[in-house]
Design a protein around this ligand. Structure first.
Ligand code: AVJ
Length: 323
């Protein structure tokens, strides 16, 4: 390696791939479910990119506008010489807004399961921000034990955009926030993007777009099982269902069997009743207040929140655990 060039740090931080085991467990459970993290193979990631540009899917546009508009205010909260740790930072589009605004960021640590994407992105970032140290970590960010040793002496800032936190059950979100507090350490600031509760028709349209891209994204999970695990799903025999469950403040996505059928996945036969669904995703929505309460109960003090009425960006400060 050339002197002066930053080492690419890919640390194995998860158990070997458990896709097969998770799929069989989910499809043999009652009710059937699959973890949403498996949406994002190459095909699924490309479909998600298309979702973010759909007219009905407001969250990405809202969050980008909020970050652009308030980047100086957000950056002013960062400790000098800090390392920015992004949870799920595969494409650094949103982090770049903070990197441009905050001269205080000395290092950037994107943590993502897609290792190839991370490598490409790290190279581009080093070119665009020559003074920035980039330490990519390939792995599941919920399983990350600690920040890279290279950042041990730097104060840390966390970044968790996209309302990815909405994929967690509220108690899991609380656990993740506490976990992030441990990784980020004393005096850390944490910037979290959170989608807001709003009228059901707007939410419905955001997950039932006219072009059918979200349906393709959902069905790709079955296509991926066919490709990678020798599954025998007929994609025509399942349909995309997405609806707002107001009792739980969450969008639910399901794949519904159009008929009674048996589908073989490697050595396991899975029976479906007509209309039976596989629950593939929850996307929890919060109010500013309900998210603040969640953060407050999970090791963080709310510092500030920015919103356009649709989406919110929260800045949290690590609560002093010794106090
Ligand atoms: C990436 C989890 C924030 O919940 O809105 C988009 C994923 N699913 N359309 C979301 C998603 C269907 C997205 N998150």
């Amino acid at each position: 390696m050339n002197p002066g060039q930053t080492a690419l740090r890919i640390a194995p931080i998860t158990a070997p791939d458990s896709f097969a085991a998770d799929v069989i467990a989910g499809l043999t459970a009652k009710p059937k479910s699959l973890p949403p993290k498996y949406f994002y193979d190459a095909v699924g990631s490309a479909l998600f990119e298309r979702i973010t540009r759909l007219p009905e899917y407001y969250p990405t546009r809202s969050e980008l506008d909020l970050l652009n508009k308030h980047a100086p205010a957000i950056a002013s909260l960062f400790p000098p010489g800090c390392a920015l740790v992004e949870f799920g930072g595969g494409s650094s589009t949103k982090a770049r807004i903070l990197l441009r605004a905050a001269a205080s960021i000395e290092a950037y640590v994107p943590v993502d399961i897609s290792g190839d994407f991370l490598q490409q992105e790290a190279a581009r970032l080093r070119r665009d921000f020559p003074h920035l140290a980039v330490y990519p970590v390939a792995g599941d960010f919920t399983a990350m034990i600690e920040a890279p040793a290279e950042t041990a002496d730097q104060p840390r800032t966390g970044f968790f955009p996209g309302s990815t936190i909405g994929n967690f059950e509220p108690h899991e979100a609380a656990r993740f926030l506490r976990h992030a507090a441990r990784i980020l350490g004393r005096d850390a600031v944490f910037v979290v993007g959170v989608d807001l509760v709003k009228p059901a028709d707007i939410l419905y349209r955001a997950y039932n777009d006219a072009e059918g891209v979200t349906a393709k994204f959902n069905l790709n999970l079955l296509a991926r099982i066919n490709r990678e695990l020798g599954g025998h799903f007929d994609l025509e025999a399942f349909e995309h269902h997405a609806f707002y469950n107001s009792a739980h403040s969450r969008i639910e996505m399901h794949l519904a069997s159009r008929k009674r059928q048996t589908v073989r996945v490697s050595d396991t036969a899975i029976d479906f009743r007509a209309g039976e669904t596989i629950h593939t995703e929850n996307s929890y929505k919060y109010s500013i207040e309900s998210f603040r309460a969640l953060a407050q109960g999970s090791g963080w003090s709310p510092l500030k929140a920015w919103t356009d009425g649709q989406f919110s960006v929260h800045a949290l400060q690590a609560a002093d655990i010794d106090a």
